[in-house]
Design a protein around this ligand. Structure first.
Ligand code: ADP
Length: 415
């Protein structure tokens, strides 16, 4: 049975107050379910019902329950959302208010067997979005006055939905814009980073190939060294880019094996010391015999990156590497006394492509190094973070799950 209410009645002061309160909820709404709870709480003293369910249109096919409250009789049936479905489908078909009565057997002993349903279409800008279905167990039946109150409530719920849709659309738009901006920034950064070494390579190769000039051996060697170095840089850049997208998509394979951290850190320090001429590394081994399950190549990549960052961003500073362990956790630190990183930037440095803006230096980079470090360390079930104080320096911390193979302590070795 479908009934349309035409009769209108004026609201008494309590009803008016409730409706104002509901309007305020809609105006101040931030979260849909919380606002719906508040609306139901304000409505209930002036409009009696036992259960309410909101169905929303999924695609254009079906109405799915998205919110339910059991208030009066039948509180326990909150989870059973099927009771309003018949009414909801009728609304879906007709887009009109539906008033139904259902009798399930003898209701003289169990009032729950007599059910009065009031269902209202939720319309947003003239389109059916869903339905709100109220039920009363055992009566009284819904009167036109009740229907008018329910219509008022439904209009407000529809406004809530419209508001939520708008917020969702805006945030999608914002996310899309952000992504577009990120992609533009990415293309700009990467093009610049790829073009610089390529420019050097092309320039020096073309110069060397000129027929009209004969280069002496020393100049030839100097040009070839530049080409060699810039080719390494190009390779490193492309490797980083590939690693970063493999890490992002979870397809970077790691080969785990037992690795002693003191030995590994000594090797890293030796390697970095020979690679970066002006780098002084101090090793503080507060514990030895600590072993982790790790991919040695990937771990080397992490420390190479931290040490090369120290030479890039804290030039001339001594760098100390510390190894400690407590319980089942190994803790490593890489510290410098460089210019440090402002707290605003510190929270972002592990993000993909993030670089601290600095007009004073022209240090080259892509903002991929620390992103890759974090992914690798996380892939070892560990953690990496940074502490920094401007003007004082930066410390990178790494923790990894560990075990002990032997346990001698204190073996501090400056290098
Ligand atoms: P890249 O070096 O390619 O810019 P990273 O991801 O390795 O990228 O580093 C991100 C940013 O963190 C760098 O651009 C730099 O501003 C900052 N940073 C990293 N290490 C240090 C450090 N030891 N001292 C000061 N700033 C640092």
């Amino acid at each position: 049975m479908i009934e349309e209410t035409t009769e209108s009645a004026s609201l008494n002061s309590q009803e008016l107050e409730a409706m104002y309160a509901i309007s305020r909820v809609v105006a101040q709404s931030t979260e849909l379910d919380t606002s719906l709870n508040e609306i139901i709480n304000f409505a209930r003293p002036v409009f009696i019902f036992d259960n309410v369910v909101m169905y929303l249109l999924e695609g254009s096919e079906s109405l799915e329950p998205s919110y339910a409250r059991a208030i009066g009789r039948g509180r326990s049936s909150e989870a059973d959302l099927a009771w309003g479905e018949k009414t909801a489908h009728e609304i879906f078909r007709t887009e009109q208010i539906v008033v139904r009565k259902e009798v399930k057997g003898d209701f003289s002993k169990d009032r729950m067997r007599l059910r009065y349903f009031l269902g209202l279409p939720l319309m947003v800008v003239g389109r059916l979005m869903g339905a709100l279905v109220f039920v009363r167990y055992g009566g009284p039946p819904f009167t036109p006055d009740h229907t008018q109150l329910a219509e008022f409530i439904t209009t407000h719920v529809a406004q809530l939905l419209e508001h939520q849709q708008l917020v969702k659309r805006l945030s999608n738009l914002e996310a899309e814009r952000r992504l577009e901006r990120l992609q533009d920034d990415f293309v700009a950064t990467i093009s610049h980073e790829l073009r610089t070494p390529l420019g050097f390579i092309k320039g020096y190769a073309t110069t060397l190939l000129r027929d009209d000039i004969s280069w002496d051996e020393e100049t030839r060697k100097e040009f070839l060294t530049i080409i060699d170095e810039e080719t390494d840089r190009l390779k490193e850049l492309i490797d980083n880019l590939l690693d970063s997208s493999r890490l992002q998509s979870g397809t970077l394979r790691m080969e785990f094996q037992p690795v002693r951290l003191d030995t590994m850190l000594r090797d890293m320090a030796l390697r970095a010391g020979s690679f970066h001429e002006n780098l002084t590394i101090e090793l503080n081994m507060e514990t030895t015999g600590v072993q982790v399950n790790a991919d040695p190549t990937r771990m080397a990549q992490v420390f190479d990156n931290l040490l090369s960052n120290a030479t890039k961003y804290a030039p001339g500073s001594k760098v100390s590497i510390t190894l400690k362990a407590a319980g089942e956790t190994a803790h490593m630190e890489v510290s410098d006394n460089g210019p440090g990183i402002a707290s605003d930037h510190l929270k972002n440095i592990f993000n993909r492509f993030y670089r601290v803006p600095n007009e004073k230096t022209s240090v080259r980079g892509t903002g991929l190094g620390l992103f890759i470090c974090r992914r690798i360390i996380n892939g070892h079930y560990g953690d990496i973070w940074a502490e920094s104080e401007e003007g004082k320096g930066t410390t990178f911390h790494i923790t990894l799950p560990c075990e002990y193979v032997d346990g001698s302590l204190s073996d501090n070795q400056p290098m």
